[in-house]
Design a protein around this ligand. Structure first.
Ligand SMILES: [Zn+2]
Length: 214
């Protein structure tokens, strides 16, 4: 049986609207296409991220003028990149979990979201709670102890719900059968939004305080 695809020569120009973005490091890059082929089902481009810090390999599929990038990109929802200043590990873990989810890895992405929630709660305590504990001490606490030290009852409720639904994703028996990963993500996004709110309130306070001193 012969090949059902035709290799496209490497000097063949890339489509002008090819997405020039690396799904691994999330940077806009000039696509370095190392291999491409054409079949009845469309074209496939194997690409290399030109950034030396990344050098990831990824694939772009082109069918009827529409591009799909593999691995899929993260869907961060309401989570803004500014939260990286408070919890870089939360942002990265949530992003990787989202990539896993959009790649169809539905049996494991929930565990990742649970881990992301734990980073966020603990980094929230480090940044905003006056606990007289070091970051290392807070990181060593159990997730449930950390949640109970959050300074506001509503925050505790949302974090606890995230932990409970997250545990459903990490164990073999599911307790909260009426809820799923979408509910878990919604609680985590609420925690992240509140953290961003606190971050902005702190910045506003610094601004006002510095004005008072002038
Ligand atoms: Zn890259």
């Amino acid at each position: 049986m012969g090949n059902s695809y035709k290799v496209i020569p490497t000097d063949y120009p890339l489509p002008v609207n090819i997405p020039e973005h690396c799904p691994f490091c999330d940077h806009d890059v000039s696509i370095d296409c190392v291999f491409s082929c054409q079949s009845k089902a469309g074209r496939v481009y194997a690409c290399l991220c030109p950034r030396v810090e990344c050098q990831a390999v990824f694939f772009i599929r082109w069918v009827n003028g529409k591009f799909t990038v593999y691995p899929s990109r993260a869907n961060m929802g309401k989570i803004t990149s500014g939260i990286r200043a408070i919890s870089p590990d939360f942002y990265e873990t949530y992003k990787q979990s989202s990539i896993a989810e959009s790649s169809g890895l539905n049996m494991i992405c929930g565990m990742g979201y649970r881990r992301a929630a734990e980073y966020l709660v603990k980094d929230y305590l480090v940044a905003f709670a006056d606990l007289d504990k070091s970051k290392e001490e807070i990181y060593k606490m159990s997730f449930s102890s950390a949640i109970n030290m959050l300074p506001e009852p509503q925050l505790i409720d949302i974090a606890k719900a995230s932990a409970w639904l997250g545990n459903d994703e990490a164990h073999t028996s599911k307790k909260w059968t009426d809820y799923d990963i979408q509910n878990l993500k919604s609680f985590i996004q609420a925690l992240a939004s509140y953290t961003s709110f606190k971050q902005n309130a702190q910045e506003a306070n610094h601004l006002i305080y510095s004005r008072d001193q002038q």
